[in-house]
Design a protein. Structure first.
Length: 148
């Protein structure tokens, strides 16, 4: 009997490729989001360190420079928060694309498995029919020999 052939195998391969590409794009988006979050943590750490250095400081010029530095950090933080919001939007969109690609692959793989089961049942039935024919032929020969 001929081997099982899934007629939509080419489509399944394309869908898997699309899924892989969507997963790569999602990974890039998540990576960008993580980088921004790490930058925000760095700014928070810099803010804490600067406050520690200015603690107990009496020199007005150093205190003024510290305040300017805090304003600079605050602006950087605001900018990064805006970038993070945009990155989250991109990540959510990429996640949705990946989810849809995954669903398409899963539906084709499910169809393939169902067709494979049907194929296996048909193959078993054919094998049983062949065995039945062989047995019938043998029984027929035996009956002929007995009646001779």
């Amino acid at each position: 009997m001929k081997p099982f052939v899934f007629e939509l195998e080419d489509v399944l391969s394309i869908r898997k490729f699309e899924q892989d590409q969507a997963q790569i794009e999602l990974g890039k988006a998540v990576s960008e989001e993580t980088k921004i979050q790490n930058d925000l943590e760095t700014i928070a750490n810099q803010n804490v360190a600067a406050k520690q250095q200015l603690k107990g400081q009496t020199d007005f010029s150093l205190i003024a420079q510290g305040e300017q530095y805090f304003q600079f950090l605050k602006l950087q933080q605001e900018h990064l928060l805006e970038e993070l919001a945009q990155a989250k939007i991109v990540t959510d969109a990429k996640r949705e694309v990946f989810k849809k690609a995954m669903q398409k692959v899963q539906s084709l793989e499910k169809l393939k498995e169902e067709q494979k089961k049907i194929y296996a049942k048909e193959e078993d039935k054919e094998n049983e029919d062949i065995v039945d024919e062989v047995m019938s032929a043998k029984m027929s020969r035996i009956n002929k020999k007995v009646h001779q």
